[in-house]
Design a binder for this molecule. Structure first.
Ligand code: ZN
Length: 67
């Protein structure tokens, strides 16, 4: 029996942490795709208006706090 190697780690969800790949800017409503993904505690920036936000994930939902 061959063991499959599952070590490839694209968008690894360590600790069951949810990884988000896009967000809607609270300020200008632009949809920002984030190919690298972001998780709770990250800081993200709107590509359109330049606003920066601190990412908080509460009960699996995204909350953005302007920095
Ligand atoms: Zn924006």
């Amino acid at each position: 029996m061959a063991l499959k190697d599952y070590s490839d780690s694209d968008d690894a969800q360590a600790d069951g942490q949810r990884v988000f790949n896009e967000f809607d800017c609270p300020d200008c409503n632009a949809n920002n795709p984030y190919d690298d993904g972001f998780v709770d505690g990250d800081e993200i920036r709107c590509y359109y208006c330049g606003a920066e936000y601190k990412v908080r994930v509460v009960d699996g939902k995204l909350r953005l706090k302007m920095i």
